[in-house]
Design a protein around this ligand. Structure first.
Ligand code: ACO
Length: 450
């Protein structure tokens, strides 16, 4: 495979087929007729190879313009594979359906971080290490207590995760493998504690400390909901449902928040502040905030008979009103995670009672999937369309939905962050721009302006 790029040997002349590598792209610059041969590797060309395409010595050279990274690979990764057209999602080669059925969240987190499913001993040691780190410094309670009574829990979570950076100054040594391992344990272990503290603060309830006798999800449920009883009884159906939801949300390759984690990490900032940034990115309604937005949308629609007029509004709004929980940058087919969640919903509703908004959601899906507007644009339900209904049935307040996304995504962010730190190709993230502003201007003293 050709790995270098160079001006085409027959620059400006018709391409001589024999001298051109098969794994390359020949580009002709019609401004001056010059041709260039650019190497193709793993289905990509290197953007910097385009820089040689220039009109003169003082020309910067050609760049690509790609807002939102619609067609730019920013890294090589071995973690998560998505085929958006076929609706396939694999972690480290294992289909999401199989992991959701057979694994626990912590086992999946191990897989993402280490690249292999753990043996029994490895899983026991990993689980023990996570459980050892679930407690947070007592000062963190004061920090949480300082927020307003109605603070959004995502803002609180991003802040408290960021604050952990100040408790562990050695986290800056991102290339120290031993230290890095510890910070990975800490972040995976402490995020449910911080999330539950945020919730208890909003409810004006005393904080509940972690219980190492329980599973990762069981412990989270008890930190959220334990009342005056001596021991909180975890419902096994709800615990399993949370395990599955956490597995489905654990990683999703180079999405908005993961790219933020990598971008902040590329400056060698510590993983706590990088994760705080990733949480902030996840907060937005177009990303992890979508499950919250779905519930608000269903509530606003109100009843099954209002679904058709709502769909009409969406179509006529020119993109301003969106059917939340529908569409995805990568999936142009049914999101495989949404399929699993939809199936699981019935088991949860058997315990919690049916969520009355399910009927509105099913009607929305039925109409949208047969409507030309959505079919033509390949808009299918994504992971957020049904997850909110389950979370709501499990008594999680709507504000907490994006937090429930952030908890399991921590393992994916950390796996991606580690991969980035160890990748010799990576550099500090620093995109280019096309400058469209003024040329140099004369500075006017304030009295002469206007
Ligand atoms: N409802 C109605 N129309 C939509 C929707 C939607 N949910 N999503 C996309 N479209 C339309 C757009 O208006 C656009 O139409 P046009 O071609 O006539 O202009 C077309 O479909 C393409 O949409 P884009 O915004 O260009 O697609 P993009 O890949 O940039 O956006 C996104 C993907 C942000 C997820 C979008 O589908 C969306 O806003 N969905 C709703 C929010 C949501 O559910 N987000 C969760 C995503 S999953 C996650 O982050 C875990």
């Amino acid at each position: 495979m050709s790995t270098t790029s160079r001006p085409h040997p027959t620059a400006g002349v018709e391409t001589a087929e024999a001298s051109v590598s098969k794994d390359s792209l020949t580009i002709t610059d019609n401004r001056n007729g010059k041709s260039y041969e650019i190497a193709i590797q793993e289905g990509t060309i290197k953007a910097v190879d385009l820089r040689q395409i220039k009109l003169g010595a003082d020309d910067f050279g050609l760049m690509t313009y790609d807002p939102g990274f619609m067609n730019t690979a920013s890294c090589k990764s071995r973690i998560t594979f998505i085929d958006g057209d076929k609706g396939i999602l694999n972690y480290r080669g294992y289909p999401i359906e199989e992991l959701a059925e057979k694994s626990t969240y912590l086992e999946t987190a191990y897989l993402l971080i280490h690249g292999e499913l753990p043996t029994e001993q490895q899983l026991a040691a990993w689980t023990e290490s996570i459980k050892q780190h679930t407690f947070v410094h007592e000062n963190v309670k004061e920090l949480t207590g300082g927020f307003r009574y109605d603070a959004h829990p995502m803002g609180m979570l991003s802040s408290t995760i960021s604050a952990l950076s100040t408790f562990y100054p050695d986290a800056k040594r991102v290339r120290d493998l031993e230290l890095r391992r510890k910070h990975v344990y800490r972040l995976i272990a402490k995020i449910p504690t911080l999330a539950a503290f945020a919730y208890r603060h909003l409810m004006g309830m005393p904080y509940v400390y972690p219980d190492s006798e329980l599973s990762y999800c069981g412990n989270f449920l008890q930190m959220m909901y334990k009342g005056s009883e001596l021991r909180f009884k975890v419902n096994p159906v709800l615990e399993k449902a949370l395990e599955v939801l956490f597995i489905l949300h654990a990683d999703h390759e180079q999405n908005c928040s993961t790219s933020v984690m990598r971008n902040i990490g590329s400056s060698e900032a510590d993983p706590y502040v990088a994760a705080a940034g990733a949480i902030a990115a996840l907060y937005g309604p177009l990303h992890g905030g979508a499950n919250e937005a779905v519930l608000r949308m269903l509530k606003e629609i109100g009843s099954k008979d209002k679904v058709a007029p709502f769909i009409k509004d969406v179509k006529e709004s020119g993109g301003d009103v969106r059917l939340m929980g529908f569409g995805h940058r990568v999936y142009k087919n049914y999101d495989p995670r949404a399929k699993i969640i939809k199936k699981m919903a019935d088991q949860v509703f058997e315990v919690t009672g049916r969520n009355p908004m399910l009927d509105i959601a099913l009607e929305l899906e039925r109409i949208a999937l047969s409507d030309d507007y959505f079919v033509k644009r390949k808009l299918y339900p994504n992971v957020d369309f049904y997850s909110g209904l389950i979370y709501q049935a499990m008594k999680f307040p709507v504000d907490l939905f994006p937090v429930l996304f952030a908890i399991p995504r921590m393992s994916g962010w950390l796996a991606q962050w580690q991969e980035m730190i160890d990748d010799k190709d990576q550099k500090i993230a620093r995109p280019r721009q096309i400058y469209l502003g003024h040329d140099r201007r004369e500075y006017l003293p304030i009295a002469k302006r206007g």
